[in-house]
Ligand binder design. Structure first.
Ligand code: HEM
Length: 478
């Protein structure tokens, strides 16, 4: 069809008028024929395409039924169960690779070196530097600062673990803070805002634990509550920070400076605001959401007698002198020899359902725009891995984890940059705080409401976990 058309143009240009007319007619004939053919063939092509689409959908949905995350090897596996397992395993490996940095090396090559790993993490956390002015292991690309901070964190954690009376003191402090909040709420005749109240309690405990000054809890004008609320607002706001100047929050700076915190239990220089936030953020920010969600789930949404029994010995059982793992000698309801295990399972399940870091972020590459992230929450809740009851709070599932479940559980990250609190400290703190809440705000004294028809009406509905989705939760006292 195109040859005569070209010939026509050529002829016209060449002033061969007659040849040109013949060629034009000839090309019109071919164009017409093509259109007629298309009209005739259209229904046939459409029918073939539709059949292919249906067949493909059928194979995908009913024969293989593997999830829609990227996989290559799974497509060649014959047996549906194998295909499903293989694709889930491939997806899990991809999440793990981002978190442990193997994603950034070619297969078989060694991990990126320490400065590169730190830089990949620091770039992804740059918004925290702009918003809070913090300079710690999580935001630095300097191996010196990283090591220094890690040592300081380890010191703080070990100090706490070796003081047997410490957990009881912290428990009493948390209980006191909570009871004060309740009295104020009852005077005001309002429901108790749970997110605010849990944030205040966690902040008070973290500050006293790190700086040793119990007077902080009684700071004038409810300043702890205001600091906790402001930190949350700045954190949420920093998520929208697209790398601009941003800037620190003056009100927050003033309130923290006003506390006059010193490093060594009231001695030494007053710390700068950035230093205080650098120390407390990895602790306070990882605590309050998981504590609130675990408390509400284990004691109000899915209450079971075993859950309360497992933690009967708290806080006495949390203290230890010999550096061994937890001892729960006072837990009479758990069979002898299994006390430690009972508590371990309980807190592990809280962190499975509600990991403090829902995702762990890395920069796409050094100096590159954008981020990649390992989805911790999705790994902890995947029904292919954990079963159909993946969203239920069932501590006993940790009695015997499959290999895949062990690989899919990493609330404290993994590999070279695993959190130093993973050994016992973080779990103890979560358990202690959730148990205080369960005793002071037990179902016997009030009812948790969610300000949401679906959650209020259906006790089985899964709880949302985003920090801005917990703000309406309240305790209404009977
Ligand atoms: C519930 C408690 C905690 C949880 C769930 C938690 C979780 C995490 C996670 C997921 C990371 C890895 C972040 C990343 O690589 O991007 C991390 C790192 C870290 N955490 Fe924690 N954390 C907790 C408590 C603490 C406490 C109490 C401290 C210090 C006193 C602490 C200090 C650190 C430090 C220094 C790192 C950096 C480790 C490194 O890169 O070598 N964390 N934490």
């Amino acid at each position: 069809m195109f040859v005569p058309l070209l010939f026509c143009i050529y002829s016209f240009v060449d002033h061969l008028f007659f040849t040109c007319i013949v060629a034009l007619l000839y090309s019109l004939y071919w164009v017409g024929l093509a259109i007629v053919n298309m009209i005739w063939a259209w229904p046939l092509f459409s029918a073939l395409a539709f059949a292919g689409f249906c067949l493909n959908g059928y194979l995908d949905d009913f024969v293989f039924d593997y999830p829609r995350w990227p996989t290559t090897s799974a497509m060649t596996v014959e047996h549906p169960d194998e295909a499903r397992q293989s694709s889930t395993a491939a997806w899990l490996d991809a999440q793990r690779a981002i978190i442990d940095f193997t994603f950034f090396s070619p297969p078989g090559a060694p991990l990126p070196d320490a400065p590169t790993r730190l830089e990949l993490r620091a770039q992804a956390n740059a918004r925290l530097v702009r918003a809070f002015g913090i300079n710690n292991s999580l935001t630095t690309s300097s191996t010196r600062i990283h090591e220094q901070f890690r040592r300081k964190a380890a010191r703080l954690i070990n100090e706490t673990s070796q003081d047997s009376g410490r957990w009881t003191r912290l428990y009493n402090l948390a209980e006191g803070a909570l009871k004060r909040d309740i009295v104020l709420t009852l005077i005001a005749a309002e429901p108790l805002g749970l997110a605010d109240c849990v944030r205040r309690m966690c902040l008070a405990v973290v500050l006293v634990d790190n700086f040793g000054d119990e007077a902080i809890v009684h700071a004038e004008g409810g300043v702890l509550g205001k600091i906790a609320a402001r930190v949350n607002e700045v954190w949420v706001g920093s998520k929208c920070d697209q790398g601009g100047e941003g800037g620190k929050d003056e009100e927050l700076e003033e309130m923290i400076a006003g506390l006059g915190l010193r490093e060594k239990r009231g001695q030494g220089e007053v710390l700068r605001v950035g230093e205080v936030l650098g120390i407390i953020m990895p602790q306070y920010e990882t605590l309050w959401r998981v504590v609130l969600l675990t408390f509400v789930t284990a004691f109000h949404r899915q209450p079971r007698e075993e859950n309360a029994k497992r933690v009967e010995g708290v806080p006495g059982c949390l203290g230890e002198e010999d550096g061994e793992a937890l001892k729960l000698a006072q837990v009479s309801s758990v069979p002898p020899g299994e006390e430690e295990f009972g508590l371990t399972l309980w807190k592990q399940e809280g962190l499975r359902l509600y990991p403090s870091n829902k995702r762990i972020y890395r920069a796409r590459g050094i100096g590159m725009e954008g981020q990649v992230s390992g989805d911790v929450e999705a790994c902890h809740r995947n029904a292919e891995i954990w079963g159909d009851d993946a969203l239920e709070f069932r501590p006993e599932r940790f009695d015997g984890l499959s290999d895949m479940q062990k690989r899919a559980y990493f609330p404290y990250s993994m590999g070279r940059h695993k959190c130093p609190a993973n050994q016992a400290f973080g779990n103890r703190m979560i358990t202690m705080l959730a148990v205080v809440l369960s005793r002071v705000l037990s179902p016997a004294v009030g009812k948790v409401t969610f300000g949401d028809d679906k959650l209020d009406g259906d006790a089985g509905a899964a709880l949302p976990t985003g920090r801005d989705e917990l703000e309406a939760w309240a305790m209404e006292f009977f």
